[in-house]
Design a protein around this ligand. Structure first.
Ligand code: KIV
Ligand code: NA
Length: 265
């Protein structure tokens, strides 16, 4: 199998082939997603919500991200693995940012890192890139800044925030980022960014005029139940399926149906 690289993602944008990306935090799920042919797996700091049950992405630690990332890396054969730098591991200064990125690359075996923000993190981005670590940007609704925004609603509806986002996107490309995630912004703005950049732009809640799409796997599979934003398409209802299976198991145990003779030694 030919492995996906950042260069292949660039070629895909060049020929207009859309890039598919999903989150993964563990071995078993990453196996399934890689076998299905996903192009990019993101070990997102959404693990803080989905795996650990926190309300925001802020509490997850670098050690925990490395644990998730190393589990994912052991499962995959083809896809590119990108890992979020968690809140607090890169905002302070560029040498701390570089140290965090190197720990992820060394200890997990992942292929790239992602970080939230534009001009305010440009030194850290440049320093990590100069160490040979591919960096993906993330602009728009950046969840690590949720307490600054105060709400999870659509970003950059106003022209001043849209202008800043376009400038930040160009800056991240100029720094040498291999790709950019745009989260929850108007489709027209995402189109302008995707057209202005030569690097692939991956959207989540950013419309269909970008170079690829990313969703949180547990959301698109319907494992999480109460999260229903407009941008989310559910491809399965696994919460109900799994609860039903477990209820059946409980009944079978209580009624002494399980295990039967064939299931016994
Ligand atoms: O952590 C995450 O899952 C993400 C995606 C939503 C882009 O950053
Ligand atoms: Na994230």
């Amino acid at each position: 199998i030919k492995r996906i690289t950042t260069h292949i993602l660039q070629e895909m944008k060049g020929r207009g082939e859309k890039i598919s990306m999903l989150t993964a935090y563990d071995f078993s799920m990453a196996r399934i997603l890689d076998a299905a042919g996903i192009d990019v797996l993101l070990v997102g700091d959404s693990a803080s919500n989905v795996m650990a049950g926190h309300e925001t992405t802020l509490p997850i630690t670098l050690d925990q991200m490395i644990y998730h990332a190393s589990s994912v890396v052991r499962a995959i054969r083809r896809c590119l693995v990108v890992v979020d730098l968690p809140f607090g591991s890169y905002q302070g200064n560029s040498s701390e940012a570089l140290r965090s990125a190197i720990r992820i690359m060394k200890e997990s075996g992942a292929h790239a890192i992602k970080m939230e923000g534009g001009h305010e993190i440009r030194e850290s981005v440049a320093r990590i890139l100069s160490a040979g670590v591919p960096v993906m940007g993330h602009l728009g609704l950046t969840p690590q800044s949720i307490y600054k925004f105060g709400t999870y609603s659509v970003r950059a509806r106003e022209e001043d925030e849209a202008q800043k986002l376009i400038e930040d996107a160009k800056l991240l490309e100029a720094c040498g980022c291999f790709g950019l995630v745009l989260e929850k912004i108007p489709a027209d703005l995402a189109r302008r960014v995707a057209e202005a950049l030569t690097i692939p732009v991956i959207g989540i809640g950013a419309g269909n005029f970008v170079d690829g799409q990313v969703l949180v796997t547990h959301d698109m599979l319907g494992i999480t139940k109460d999260f229903q934003p407009r941008f989310l398409r559910r491809y399965a209802e696994l919460y109900n399926l799994m609860q039903g299976a477990v209820e059946q198991y409980i009944r079978d145990v209580k009624e002494e149906d399980f295990p039967n003779a064939q299931e016994s030694y």
